[in-house]
Ligand binder design. Structure first.
Ligand SMILES: Nc1ncnc2c1ncn2[C@@H]1O[C@H](COP(=O)(O)OP(=O)(O)OP(=O)(O)O)[C@@H](O)[C@H]1O
Ligand SMILES: [Mg+2]
Length: 378
């Protein structure tokens, strides 16, 4: 039990402290007290075993006060016993051999006690030293760990930003290049279809089929581009992008989404803030659809001059405590919640999930500097 030992070793020196005056005073006080007790017992004990009660005083001094105070305690004990307890009273004279043997025995016992006290103190000092070293090393390691954690966080933030930029580029490429080329190809196909009468029946059917396939591809490319990066987010801001996104989710999944924005038009923020809020709502709605079994979802966003609060709430099956703590420690296979949390942390915000049998609530609080509010173009 190293922890207990360390705590105990810590307790002993703090009892008296390291101040030499206090240590001497404690030894004198302990010896004087025991002398007084022994003196009070004189009428009963007479000069029977005069040193027996003085041994604890020497032991106390040896244990807690150090070698100097212990020696002083021994001298005081011998002199006090000789003067007040051992006849002739009020004299230091040694009358018999028995008295001399008594003193020698007491000195031997005291020497043993002092030796034990010293050994104990030495062990305690060693323990204290290794405890201090351990604490210092632990502090160093904690500092290193914090530094690693900090750079990991920076790296994650940087990676998320890179991913956002890549997604945005890819979305634009898909929309502006592939999408436009497909539209052009479709128009050409319409011209060909208009002259289908000149073609064989098989060729005419193939053209119609090709037109349907091209249209399906255009829709696929559009929604892929939209999911990668909603163009409305850059052009019109959060309010419009989230409304359009929620409409899309409802039409694809039948999930009823209640959007409550306060104020009704949230206004514009820096790209970082807008993309973070958008991705939190996007991932939370995806999770509700995939995992909760809820038919309804409520998204509320409230902004003030200094912060933004986002809540996404469902009425589904909820998560168990175990799953919640697995998510907290990153032990789940999914990464959606972890990424949300990291995005929010990157902006200095807080991320919380409350879940029970009545559903799940994702709550995000993001502080906002005035510089993060983008004024609308007049
Ligand atoms: N609204 C919810 N209701 C019930 N369970 C949920 C809800 N949201 C998340 N979960 C549970 O939390 C787990 C972790 O979610 P997370 O979004 O991190 O990963 P995922 O959705 O499984 O995968 P992905 O990486 O694609 O997001 C999910 O697998 C699911 O079991
Ligand atoms: Mg998910």
């Amino acid at each position: 039990m190293p922890t207990l030992e360390l705590t105990m070793s810590h307790a002993s020196p703090s009892l008296i402290g390291n101040n030499w005056a206090v240590r001497y005073a404690a030894a004198i006080l302990a010896t004087a007290t025991m002398l007084l007790v022994r003196w009070a017992l004189n009428p009963i004990l007479g000069d029977y075993m005069p040193y027996i009660l003085l041994c604890p005083a020497v032991a106390f001094s040896a244990w807690y006060c150090g070698i100097g105070p212990s020696l002083l305690s021994i001298v005081l004990a011998v002199a006090g016993a000789q003067y007040w307890i051992i006849p002739p009273i009020y004299s230091l004279q040694i009358l018999s051999k028995a008295q001399a043997v008594g003193i020698v025995t007491f000195l031997c016992v005291s020497a043993a006690l002092v030796a034990m006290g010293e050994a104990h103190r030495h062990a305690r000092d060693e323990l204290q030293k290794s405890h201090d070293e351990l604490e210092m090393r632990m502090k160093e390691r904690t500092g290193e760990l914090e530094a690693v954690r900090g750079s990991l966080r920076k790296l994650t933030g940087h990676l998320l930003q890179l991913r956002d930029n890549e997604q945005r580029k890819l979305a634009r490429e898909l929309h502006d290049s592939v999408g436009q080329l497909l539209v052009a190809a479709n128009i050409n196909m319409w011209f060909v279809e208009a002259e289908a009468a000149k073609l064989s029946a098989r060729a005419a059917a193939a053209i119609s089929e090709a037109i349907i396939l091209i249209q399906q591809t255009i829709t696929g490319v559009r929604s892929a581009s939209y999911l990668l990066h909603p163009p409305l987010l850059d052009d019109a801001g959060l309010t419009s992008a989230l409304r359009a996104y929620a409409d899309g989710v409802t039409s694809r999944t039948n999930l009823e989404i209640d959007l409550i924005f306060s104020p009704e038009d949230l206004g514009r923020f820096t790209h970082d803030l807008e993309i973070t809020i958008f991705r939190v709502v996007q991932e939370s709605l995806a999770n509700i659809h995939r995992h909760s079994g809820s038919r309804v979802a409520k998204v509320s966003i409230e902004r003030s001059l200094v912060d933004i609060r986002v809540e996404v709430h469902d009425r589904g099956s909820g998560m168990s405590q175990r799953l919640l703590s697995d998510i907290e420690s990153g032990r789940t296979a999914g990464v959606g919640i972890g990424v949300m949390r990291e995005r929010v942390r990157e902006l200095g915000g807080t991320f919380k999930i409350d879940s029970n049998g009545d559903g799940t609530r994702v709550s995000v609080h993001l502080p906002m500097e005035p510089a993060q509010i983008v004024p609308l173009a007049s």
